[in-house]
Design a protein. Structure first.
Lengths: 360, 360
DNA sequence: GTGAAAGCGCTAACAC
DNA sequence: GTGTTAGCGCTTTCAC
């Protein structure tokens, strides 16, 4: 059976083997200039001969940081999040940082716990996609001593760097596009207003509807529960039970959209499907398959990730310029050619007044 | 601007504040029984009063493990992988382990580097989804001293715990189903045979074709490059350029499948689409939208993750029973009702001889 | 340029 | 039951 490995090689053994002091070994490990090429050579030889591997935890204890970034997200199995993560990883890893990842499982309580774990592990910095709009636990004294950036979901009263997409802008654009196509009744399928993105997108919807002078029909505004597939599935199901429902809907995220489309494909045979029209947030790998979709709001996932990482790295270099900074990405509108009016140009200008300003 | 936090509270200050020794503080932190309720009380009060947070890195240095699991995957933005990850996280976090995650970016070289990083950080155990079938760098002396499980892709000559899906079985089942539907010409869209899953699935395809006495037409077997969306897109494009191509294809994974379907939806209008039929690996959230798919092989992602984590935890508890263990999950075949012959029963029995044995 | 020594915050003998 | 003490493996003054 497998046996415990012998004690790993330490700096001490390398020193002995090379006939120098541990200080010298440490110097060559850390590329200190003050080492004779000759000794450096000896030490290197010893290191590779012995198969030395530096112990980062000892090092961390001494230098009081860990070259580690803590990441907390509401769930891991989420395309949006993973895309951002992947992009962050590239820049972090290149700078010698590694990522510690936890899921808050969409629970504030769990989020709190994971925050605690991160502090105990003394991560150097934190990137958080918050579960909800409750943010008290981000205020701790301990926490405030390390850089943190909030991603994707804005926390009302929190004094931190934030990077997110201009949700309202995205919604407004696609609603306008729907209006230009001629739809006058447009429903909203979203989630609990305690989810910051849900709230923002709802606000954008309300706004756009007002600007277009259209009535919001409360009966066709869904604001309950999670923004997941199941919820999208059941929402569209309930909608179709009603007589005289709107033909067009804005759907607040990809999961809801997926659920809704799945319901339609499962329930109706190809020739027989209701002629619904969707516009929604997120344009992901599988979005081309979303048959009822005319317009999708594409968030620049990769850039977002890169930008988060770079901002954090700057803070880590003790550059606090612009703090607390809010980086707002303007999303891109994708026209799904198969279904929509292809010649629309984005951003769509308001005919009446000047278009609303987007600070990006 | 933001200022560095004061020095964090240590065990020492708690001790002073509570009027006890640091050993006692350590004892209450670690729930040692040998502490009077009264002192325990005092110490706890001091801890919460001071806002003490245990320093895990110091602890790790002392006890010589980190309660940390290293994870290396070829890419992070991959639904399959993330689903497994999410499930692992649940069981690890419950046992007090946290996960350090790196991407090997589909590069063997990068994989090697990340392995090194993991060793430096002295993770307690490793879960690896290998990039390819080259496995020399997993043999190191240092590495062999910690538990490791290889997931999803089997490494030929490597003496480790492994958990994966029975790829051949899955392919064989869906090919049989296709055959029973009446297809006699079935192509294969896969990827480089250096990717272990691609290889296994190809082998399963060959096998099933032989059993069904069907000819493998080399012209319609795609074994090049990555198993990604782009490759799926261009493969189907090339296929359609040929006269007299087969109607049915097995596609080796979800990304290829997505690419292929996207091409078809973009290129042909709804009434006008070629009547292709696909069977493929992976049944994911968006699979119901894969219009041309008749059969999908569903890997029990959640169970796989759970099983990896539990196996690793057992090894961590020094239970080496059955090492090296190979856990083979038998996949489930999903019949896509909208498109396929719904009444097929899985597993499909061979009419002629006994069905091949699957050890699970 | 190199070595001796102190100490990062913690745990675990070992005394008492 | 509680305190004293010796490190875990490393970095970093400070002498030489």
């Amino acid at each position: 059976m497998k046996r415990e490995g012998e004690n790993p090689i330490t700096i001490r053994e390398v020193a002995r083997c090379a006939g120098v002091s541990i200080a010298t070994v440490s110097r060559v490990i850390n590329d200190s200039l003050t080492v004779t090429p000759k000794t450096r050579e000896k030490v290197s030889a010893a290191m590779i001969g012995l198969g030395y591997t530096r112990n980062e935890v000892a090092r961390s204890l001494k230098i009081r940081h860990t070259r580690t970034i803590g990441i907390i997200a509401p769930e891991l199995s989420n395309t949006f999040f993973m895309e951002v993560l992947e992009s962050m990883e590239k820049v972090f890893s290149q700078r010698g940082y590694t990522m510690v990842i936890c899921s808050s499982s969409n629970s504030v309580e769990e989020e709190q716990k994971k925050l605690q774990v991160m502090m105990e592990r003394t991560v150097d910095a934190l990137v958080i996609i918050p579960v909800s709009d409750v943010s008290d636990h981000f205020q701790g004294k301990m926490l405030s001593s390390i850089p943190m950036v909030i991603v994707d979901r804005q926390l009302p009263r929190l004094h931190t760097d934030t990077v997110l997409t201009d949700n309202r802008y995205g919604v407004q654009q696609v609603i306008k596009a729907l209006v230009q196509e001629g739809f006058t009744r447009i429903g909203f399928i979203g989630g609990s207003l305690h989810i910051p993105t849900a709230k923002e997108r709802y606000a954008g919807y309300l706004n756009a509807m007002e600007e277009a002078n259209l009535t919001v029909e409360g009966e066709y505004v869904f604001l309950e529960g999670a923004m997941d597939q199941k919820s999208g599935y059941s929402s569209i199901q309930r909608i179709l039970q009603k007589q005289d429902h709107p033909q067009a809907f804005f759907i607040a995220n990809d999961l809801l959209h997926l659920g809704a489309t799945t319901y339609l494909m499962e329930t109706f045979s190809p020739g027989n499907r209701p002629s619904l029209v969707f516009a929604s947030f997120d344009y992901l790998s599988y979005s081309p398959l979303l048959q009822f979709c005319h317009y999708a709001v594409f968030q620049p996932l990769e850039e977002i990730g890169k930008s988060v990482a770079e901002l954090l790295l700057r803070r880590l270099d003790d550059d606090w310029e612009g703090f607390p900074q809010q980086i707002l990405f303007k999303p891109e509108i994708k026209v799904m050619h198969a279904n929509a009016t292809p010649q629309l140009q984005f951003p769509i200008q308001d005919s009446g007044k000047a278009s609303s300003q987007v600070n990006c």
